[in-house]
Design a protein around this ligand. Structure first.
Ligand code: CP
Ligand code: NVA
Length: 308
């Protein structure tokens, strides 16, 4: 790696070159899953989960195993983290045992506190604000399918201005995407990220936010969505079902999109809400490849951050 980085908290904090290096390494690891099989021998990754997970947990755990190391699952329900032990202390304790820490939590500030106090690399496995491992994987998946990641690639994001939307804005900044976001009024993504991308995006990169899914989907080469109610918003789910009606990837949006448009979903999916069952099944191979790619991309991140 040309510029050693300690943590992976936010796509915007890495250089484009470093991100490209991780994507290239992920391609090598996907072609040969046994590559670097001893690169993390004797190393451990602690994984703190304050929220549920299937993909993130299993892909990091399998990834560490395939690289010769081990992962330690720490549910907040069964560790002192859930009883209020400060993250400042948890970070310093874990740093005496393990070689890296992955955390999935609510407030993004918690990830930053962990990173400030840990002396080992910290990886953001999702916060209310960002989901960088997922969106880096989505970029990998698009590149793999299209054979390249052209500047100005037209990407539509339909749904909630949540952690996925925010990370897509960071991806637009880094990879020069033409990102059109459609959200119901009042559910816009983070204004500061939008402003930064408007000012600093690479050639081709721009982000627009509106409330018309069809307009966002027009000529899009990639259509992308996520759940209407994220983890932690369970009590709002019924209200959100009404607020988000129509913010769905369906046949009408696909007709408006470019021919051969790709449909991505980070999963879990709610058929009949943010995506129809028919469209989901038509793109299921791509969507489950996207899920698989979490493993390859995160192995590349782990080698980059944890290997000697
Ligand atoms: N996409 C994703 O992060 O899935 P999990 O919540 O299952 O980890
Ligand atoms: N926005 C979703 C993403 C799940 C991977 C959530 O935070 O629940």
């Amino acid at each position: 790696m040309s510029e050693k980085r300690k943590n992976f908290l936010d796509l915007a904090q890495w250089s484009r070159q470093n991100l490209d290096e991780v994507l290239a390494l992920a391609t090598e690891l996907k072609a040969d899953p046994g590559k670097f099989s001893q690169s993390l021998a004797g190393k451990s990754l602690a994984m703190i989960f304050k929220k549920s997970s299937t993909r993130t947990r299993v892909s990091f755990e399998v990834g560490m195993f395939q690289l010769g190391g081990q992962a330690i699952f720490m549910s907040s329900a069964h560790t002192q983290v859930g009883r209020g032990e400060p993250l400042e202390d948890t970070a310093r304790v874990l740093s005496r045992y393990v070689n890296g820490i992955m955390i999935r939590t609510y407030e993004h500030a918690e990830v930053e506190i962990l990173a400030r106090y840990a002396t080992v690399p910290v990886i953001n496995g999702l916060t209310d604000f960002l989901h960088p491992c997922q969106v880096l994987t989505d970029i990998f998946t698009i590149k793999e399918r299209l054979g390249e990641l052209p500047a100005g690639l037209k990407v539509a994001y339909i749904g909630d201005g949540n952690n996925m939307a925010n990370s897509w804005i960071n991806a637009a900044l880094q990879f020069g995407l033409d990102l059109k976001i459609a959200v119901p009024s009042g559910y816009e993504p983070d204004a500061i990220l939008l402003e930064r991308t408007r000012q600093q995006a690479r050639p081709g990169g721009k982000v627009t936010v509106g409330d018309d899914p069809l307009a966002a989907a027009r000529a899009a080469q990639v259509l992308n969505t996520d759940v209407w109610a994220s983890m932690g918003q369970e009590e709002e789910a019924e209200f959100r079902r009404q607020a988000f009606a129509g913010f769905q990837i369906n046949d009408a949006l696909l007709e408006a999109a470019a021919p051969e448009a790709l449909v991505l979903h980070c999963l879990p999916a709610h058929r009949g809400e943010e995506i129809t069952a028919e469209v989901f099944e038509r793109f299921q191979d791509l969507i489950f490849t996207q899920a698989e790619n979490r493993l390859h991309v995160q192995k590349a991140l782990l080698v980059t951050l944890l290997a000697d």
